[in-house]
Design a protein. Structure first.
Length: 317
């Protein structure tokens, strides 16, 4: 028998309180203010969350509002996978929630006894997800990078994730030992044909799961902030119509790859458009809504992990 509405609402509140306490790391006083209840009520909700086993290591109770948003996103954009997590009122740009769900997805995939190939992009959300993956011995699996991991000054990317996940799984791993951008299109074409690089790209082409981030293309674009493209290169891409990027590949408002600019010199593996293998983006923040919506509309991705506020903004536009 289905739970009465008031019981379902009580469990939703308990799950939300548990998420804020155990995942987002808030105190019970802070949770009381966020949920507009007394501290005693907040304490009871957290206790109920534990008593009902709504949360163990990870949140197990699907909050109704999040499930409804995920269902709408899946239906509108024909997604193979969608997770929506609560928004942290105190830190609306926090990636803790989407990192937790992304880690859950990675662990589910990696538990397979059949050998699988996991391809990873870079970025804060993907790195945070990898950091949350529990160690599991899967030496028959393969982990491969979709992105060149060397920045313009020759330093390694701080957000490289392939080695970290390989450490947790014992899987064979394939980094992409190339600069993010080459100096010319001809140089890029020569480099990606080098045999070891061609082998990495061949492994990535067979990936069972691609987990990537989505970047906005504005003055705060991550590819610029992190030093991979110059301000002039960013402005050129914006003039060419870029609204977002995945693994460095910039695309327009309809999800079409930009034909010029830095895309001509990029060493990252191009996205499959429309996405064929399971390609899931983890992204949060209102500033990323145009980028997310364009990626969904253009089938650059076929899966999304985001939060309530971002999901509502995507659906409202």
């Amino acid at each position: 028998m289905a739970a009465p509405d008031n019981e379902k609402s009580r469990l939703d509140d308990a799950a939300r309180a548990g998420w804020l306490y155990f995942i987002a790391g808030h105190t019970q006083d802070e949770i009381a203010k966020m949920l507009q209840v007394s501290r005693a009520s907040a304490q009871r909700l957290v206790s109920l969350c534990l008593a009902e086993r709504l949360i163990t290591f990870r949140l197990e109770h699907p909050i109704a509002a999040c499930m409804e948003l995920a269902s709408r996103l899946k239906a509108r954009f024909d997604l193979v996978h969608c997770d929506v997590v609560p928004t942290d009122p105190a830190a609306p740009l926090s990636n803790a929630g989407i990192a937790e769900r992304s880690a859950n997805l990675l662990e589910t995939t990696l538990r397979s006894e059949t050998p699988v190939i996991v391809a990873l992009g870079t970025g804060r959300a993907v790195r945070a997800a990898v950091e949350r993956v529990s160690p599991i011995e899967r030496p028959d699996h393969q982990i491969v990078s979709l992105v060149g991991n060397i920045s313009a000054d020759g330093s390694a990317s701080f957000y490289d994730t392939v080695g970290r996940l390989a450490d947790r799984t014992g899987a064979r791993h394939y980094p992409m030992p190339l600069p993010f951008l080459m100096s010319s299109e001809d140089e890029r074409n020569r480099m990606v044909r080098i045999d070891p690089i061609a082998r990495v790209r061949a492994v990535a082409a067979k990936a069972d799961l691609r987990l990537i981030g989505i970047g906005q293309m504005d003055q705060k674009a991550q590819v610029h902030v992190d030093g991979f493209v110059t301000r002039e290169e960013l402005l050129e891409m914006m003039r060419l119509g870029a609204v977002g990027e995945v693994t460095g590949w910039a695309y327009d408002a309809k999800g079409r790859l930009i034909k010029g600019g830095t895309n001509k010199r990029l060493t990252s593996i191009p996205p499959q458009i429309p996405a064929v293998s399971t390609t899931i983006a983890a992204a949060v923040g209102v500033a990323k809504v145009p980028s997310i919506k364009a990626a969904l509309a253009g089938r650059v991705i076929n899966g999304l992990i985001t939060d309530e506020a971002t999901a509502r903004a995507v659906l409202d536009r």
